[in-house]
Design a protein around this ligand. Structure first.
Ligand code: URA
Length: 246
């Protein structure tokens, strides 16, 4: 895609236009190895190599895997609170980066951050059935019918009906339960509400996987990294009809 240099830097960094112009004027921007001081120069965002302050500028959509810690909100801004975007290092920030879906403030694990709206929409749409896998620890002893309700799709007290979900109980006893749950949708507080329907209180919730891509356990809580094309395709295979191919 051909874009003016200042426009390209504005799309693919988090710097304001005024700052970008200053950077260009000062010689801090290179295109294919040469400093360029003309903001109106057209660059090819696919084939040209852009450097800003000697750091490569990654052009094209960005997909980040974040290992979300407790206590941060899945939003682009939330006055008085830390958001998941505050955890992104400055070199990876972009104006249009947002979390693709939400994890509760106290939920940890895999959160995708991207600036690709079509991809985010596709992986969140219940029609696409992108499974999301969670590790759940809960207090309480579920009343009868727990497993069947997951299998068949349970009704929540708010009136919503869940799609069938997978429940695999890993350990149970002495009023504590550990389970792995796979959902194909994402209603508000869904797992907490599903467990609450059966008399259990979720005390720990971690998203381990989106589609076929597991959380990279080498990421400490609060860290993120860029996903490669092959990893993005494990979240949503490219042959899925109508899905945007990253
Ligand atoms: N279900 C929940 O209850 N909370 C989350 O954050 C994700 C799924």
């Amino acid at each position: 895609m051909l874009l003016r240099l200042d426009r390209a830097l504005s799309e693919f960094t988090a710097l304001p236009r005024s700052e970008i112009r200053k950077k260009i004027r000062s010689g801090a921007v290179q295109v294919n190895g040469s400093a360029v001081q003309n903001a109106a120069l057209h660059v090819d965002t696919v084939s040209d190599r852009l450097l800003l302050d000697n750091e490569p500028v990654r052009c094209g959509p960005l997909y980040l895997m974040l290992n979300k810690p407790r206590g941060v909100v899945s939003a682009t801004r939330s006055p008085g609170e830390r958001t998941v975007l505050d955890l992104v290092p400055p070199s990876l920030r972009r104006k249009n980066l947002f979390p693709a879906g939400r994890l509760d403030k106290d939920t940890v694990g895999f959160l995708l951050l991207t600036d690709d709206g079509a991809f985010a929409h596709a992986i969140l749409s219940p029609k696409r059935h992108v499974p999301k896998t969670y590790l759940v620890r809960a207090e309480g002893t579920p009343r009868e019918g727990f497993a069947a309700a997951f299998r068949e799709g349970m009704a929540l007290s708010g009136g919503e009906r869940c799609r069938p979900a997978e429940l695999n109980i890993l350990t149970a006893g002495e009023g504590l339960l550990e389970a792995r749950v796979v959902l194909h949708e994402g209603m508000y507080h869904q797992i907490k509400r599903m467990f609450a329907e059966f008399g259990c209180t979720v005390i720990y919730l971690k998203r381990e996987k989106m589609g076929g891509l597991a959380l990279d356990e080498s990421l400490a809580e609060g860290e993120c990294r860029i996903l490669e094309t092959e990893e993005i395709q494990r979240i949503l295979p490219p042959e899925t009809e109508g899905a945007q191919k990253p």
